[in-house]
Design a protein around this ligand. Structure first.
Ligand code: NAP
Length: 506
């Protein structure tokens, strides 16, 4: 029986839920389809945003990695780390190797504010700060020294809540987390006393979820205050929509209850203060050589529900500005990309060309497919939809010898593809695959065999699941040696490489 061989690019939640859906849905087909999934990631480590996006103190969300691990450890799944689509392999390489490719590379770029001073030293994308405290290998562990006393966080979504919490939280409470030693040291030495979280609209329009918001008010040693009168639902909204939402929408009601509770609470004189501001939009980041403050303009919703500036400005002193206004996907080389929505054009996960036709064998899942919305679990149903499309195409895909694809379908399936691979150098491919959970052979995995051979021909040794497990062991040992929690993240790309037993940093 021919095995369906699929490459999934990206080992975050979207990629691993895709791998899981492929296994489950292929097994449920009548007759069942045997499947192999290679999960390819540019990093040496799996789990994407679960490892490098979820805040270290959100242990229950991070424990999703325990579930995703069971996907990675499935016999039909193989992790191929340290392979960058673009630098190491091309889209054409993947399409030539696998029956289908699912792109699930997420959204790793920050959205821009487009105001003067945005790129001044001291103004950062919140994504950089998140990467830093999560120990992402792309960010220098010394990137943030936190000598600012006042920090402005622009945006009122869950990322803003995360970065504000990490900034004001007692670092002693982070010792039990996996936060890396240099980051913990920087937080312990932090001079931050005041964090302002700033929304351009009101409490009823804020994006944060109530559970995450409530947590801010429960932090030891932190006063949470709301800008004077800014929790008022009618003062800045001529449409009356804010008040209506606070009565009819569960999410808004929950947030509003928390915010109005804070507004009624007198500050207790705590060492750190978190101020939540509404109806203010940033117009300029001030400073000569580095950030000294932020100019904000008072906003309101006019009778037509349009957000307008009132012309009233204020200056907020701040030495660090974190722009937390959402993520964006980046285009993948050669793949169609809609610059407006920053997503890959698709129909139920089938990648579409510029004429709106499905591209055979190419699919997309997660934030790259639908934009940076929802919680981690949202990616499960999203991935399941993409996989349904993929397997439906399998049924109507091309037969052996078909040149013209009858319609959107998989690339070769069910053609016997072993011939080309068998002509290759088995030793090269097999040594490239050394250390992977299951050996790659031309007989059992012709597609993966071809891919490994291609890497070997280019002198690239991928990071295997076994290599990743070595990193995990090193992180657990570090946690034990430091007397901290179950694990502590290795602090840099070099350390990750050293412990993986793989090649040096690239
Ligand atoms: P988000 O939820 O889309 O929030 C972005 C915020 O930026 C909004 O308040 C938005 O205001 C504001 N904004 C956008 N452009 C702006 C501008 N030019 N000037 C001022 N403000 C601007 O994005 P996010 O916080 O990055 O979160 C991304 C996704 O990850 C979300 O789905 C989130 O729930 C999820 N996430 C979840 C968790 C968790 O569950 N714990 C943690 C982190 C992230 P407007 O509404 O006015 O546009």
């Amino acid at each position: 029986m021919k095995t369906l061989e699929v490459a999934v690019v990206g080992s975050g939640p979207a990629g691993l839920y895709t791998a899981e859906a492929l296994i489950k849905q292929a097994a449920a087909l009548d007759p069942p389809v045997v499947i192999r999934v290679d999960v390819i990631d540019r990093l040496l480590t799996p789990y994407g945003l679960v490892r490098y996006g979820v805040a270290p103190d959100h242990k229950s969300i991070k424990s999703i990695a325990d579930y995703l691990r069971t996907v990675l450890e499935h016999d039909a799944v193989r992790f191929i780390g340290g392979i960058h689509l673009g630098d190491d392999v091309t889209r054409a390489d993947l399409l030539a190797s696998y029956d289908a490719v699912v792109y699930a590379t997420g959204a790793m770029r920050d959205r821009r504010l487009g105001i003067p001073g945005e790129d001044m030293p001291g103004s950062y994308a919140a994504t950089d700060f998140v990467n830093w405290y999560c120990g992402h290998p792309d960010i220098d562990p010394a990137a943030f020294s936190l000598d600012a006393e006042s920090v402005a966080v622009i945006g009122v979504g869950n990322v803003a809540v995360d970065v504000a919490r990490i900034l004001v939280k007692d670092p002693a409470q982070l010792r039990e987390t996996d936060i890396s030693e240099p980051v913990l040291a920087a937080l312990e030495a932090s001079k931050v006393r005041e964090v302002h979280v700033i929304g351009r609209r009101g409490p009823a329009q804020a994006k944060f979820t109530t559970k995450e918001l409530r947590e801010l008010g429960e932090l030891d040693g932190v006063d949470v205050v709301v800008g004077d009168g800014e929790h008022d639902l009618d003062a800045f909204d001529a449409t009356g929509e804010s008040s209506r939402l606070a009565q009819t929408d569960r999410h808004v009601r929950g947030n509003y209850t928390v915010i109005s509770g804070w507004a009624a609470r007198p500050p207790a004189g705590a060492a750190r203060r978190l101020t939540v501001r509404f109806w203010l939009r940033p117009t300029e980041i001030q400073g000569a050589e580095k950030v000294t403050g932020l100019t904000l303009e008072r906003t309101k919703l006019d009778a037509d529900g349009v957000l307008t500036g009132t012309g009233a400005h204020e200056t907020l002193p701040a030495q660090l500005v974190l722009r937390s206004v959402g993520y964006q996907s980046v285009p993948l080389p050669g793949l169609p990309f809609d610059e407006r929505s920053s997503t890959v054009p698709n129909a139920d996960g089938r990648v579409l060309d510029t004429a709106g036709r499905p591209l055979p064998g190419e699919y997309v899942a997660g934030w790259l497919k639908r934009g940076p919305t929802g919680v981690i679990g949202t990616n499960k149903s999203d991935a399941a939809q993409t996989v349904r499309s993929l397997l439906a195409d399998l049924a109507g895909g091309p037969g052996p010898g078909d040149v013209q694809l009858p319609r959107a379908g998989l690339l070769r399936f069910p053609a016997a593809a072993a011939g080309g691979a068998a002509a290759g150098t088995a030793a090269a491919a097999e040594s490239a695959a050394a250390g992977t959970a299951a050996a790659v052979t031309a007989a059992t995995d012709p597609a993966a065999f071809r891919f490994h051979q291609l890497l070997a021909d280019r002198g690239i040794r991928p990071v295997s699941y076994a290599d990743w497990l070595r990193i995990e062991v090193a992180e657990r040992e570090l946690g034990a040696a430091l007397g901290r929690g179950a694990r502590v993240k290795l602090p840099s790309r070099g350390e990750l490489h050293r412990h993986s037993g793989g090649p040096g940093p690239r």
